[in-house]
Design a protein around this ligand. Structure first.
Ligand code: BYC
Length: 317
């Protein structure tokens, strides 16, 4: 069931229809009436998500020319290309709400719109490629599988394919790490070092604690988000600990231990000062990431101009 905008319906009727649609777990579609706040929130979240996918190509892309074997290079190329595809589905989803993709890109490269904090950390060794697959894509899956049930139809549908591909990415990361862990002591050290550097930033991907998350309560009420940041973070910790045991790596948290009463793992305090610093533009690679994206956008200007000229010529013929 979708809300139909009619000339006679009052704002109140439309609001009631919208509330009923959400209450009955139905989808809001692009032409349905929606409160302005809902539209703004969906545009913000999808745009930030799209930017994250595109900026997220950089840390791993860094290793394409230096992958240790042809097989690893082919896998990595395919994965990075998948991330570009995710960005494109998401920009298309946000365009259904009238957002202009050029304007969104402009907001990204001028620092007016966010992307995930995780991509502001450097990839120092090839083990980082495996750890990004295992932990970063693992966190992405935890966060994004529930978004397949998000109330905004085009977003929920885009997430189905994205999640399928993310699961594959996580598998390749785990397989890469497993291979390295069966290798030399030097390779095992590289994996442990990468885990030490990426564990805490991965936990930060889920966003601020619920008590300090300005958007969660309303986004949950609108069913844009299906779980809170802390719920998903806990789910990720519970999922990762046994996987770390199988791999034979140690997660860098002395306070990590099973809590039988809660039925979950307890874990240490996240450095929220670092999170805020990275989100506000002062992480290890923020400047580099945005500059690279800006350069790529500027270098692509002639392609956009040529495509527009071609489209104009075709319509005037
Ligand atoms: N980094 O009220 P909150 C991937 C912002 S791509 C930066 O909790 P919300 C992959 C937040 O946006 C992964 N900013 O917000 C790609 C908000 O900003 P405003 C990307 C963050 O939206 C390539 C403010 O802080 N995934 O997996 O309710 C290779 C307050 O937060 C972060 C998505 O985008 C952060 N970590 O919840 C490999 C998933 N956390 O209001 C992998 C979709 C929060 O100032 N997004 N902020 O504009 C979501 O699920 C939600 O937007 C979040 C935040 C859970 C991230």
């Amino acid at each position: 069931m979708t809300a139909q905008t009619t000339l006679t319906a009052s704002e109140e009727d439309l609001q009631q229809h919208f509330d009923r649609t959400i209450g009955e777990d139905q989808r809001i579609e692009p032409r349905d009436w929606m409160p302005e706040g809902y539209r703004r929130t969906v545009v913000r979240q999808i745009a930030q998500h799209a930017h994250s996918e595109i900026i997220g190509m950089q840390p791993e892309g860094n290793w394409i020319t230096r992958a240790p074997t042809l097989r690893r290079k082919a896998i990595l190329l395919a994965k990075v290309q998948d991330e570009a595809g995710h960005g494109l589905y998401l920009y298309s989803a946000v365009e259904t709400l009238g957002a202009d993709r050029g304007e969104l890109t402009d907001r990204l490269i001028t620092g007016r719109q966010k992307y995930s904090s995780i991509f502001n950390y450097p990839t120092l060794t090839f083990a980082d490629v495996g750890v990004i697959g295992w932990l970063v894509d693992g966190a992405a899956i935890c966060n994004q599988v529930p978004l397949c049930r998000s109330s905004y139809g085009p977003y929920a549908r885009a997430m189905i394919r994205i999640c399928k591909e993310e699961s594959f990415h996580q598998r390749q990361g785990f397989e890469l790490l497993m291979t390295m862990m069966k290798g030399t002591p030097g390779q095992r050290e590289m994996v442990q070092d990468a885990v030490n550097r990426w564990w805490w930033p991965s936990l930060m991907m889920f966003g601020p604690p619920d008590a300090e998350s300005p958007n969660t309560a309303q986004s949950m009420a609108w069913k844009i988000k299906r779980h809170t940041n802390d719920e998903l973070r806990q789910r990720f910790v519970d999922m990762s600990v046994p996987q770390a045991e199988v791999l034979g790596v140690t997660l860098p948290d002395d306070e990590l231990k099973w809590n039988a009463a809660r039925g979950h793992y307890d874990f240490g305090e996240i450095d929220w000062t670092e999170f805020k610093r990275v989100v506000s533009g002062d992480g290890p690679c923020n400047v580099q990431r945005v500059a690279h994206r800006r350069r790529a956008h500027e270098d692509g200007a002639w392609v956009r101009e040529a495509a527009a000229a071609h489209a104009r010529r075709n319509t005037s013929e």
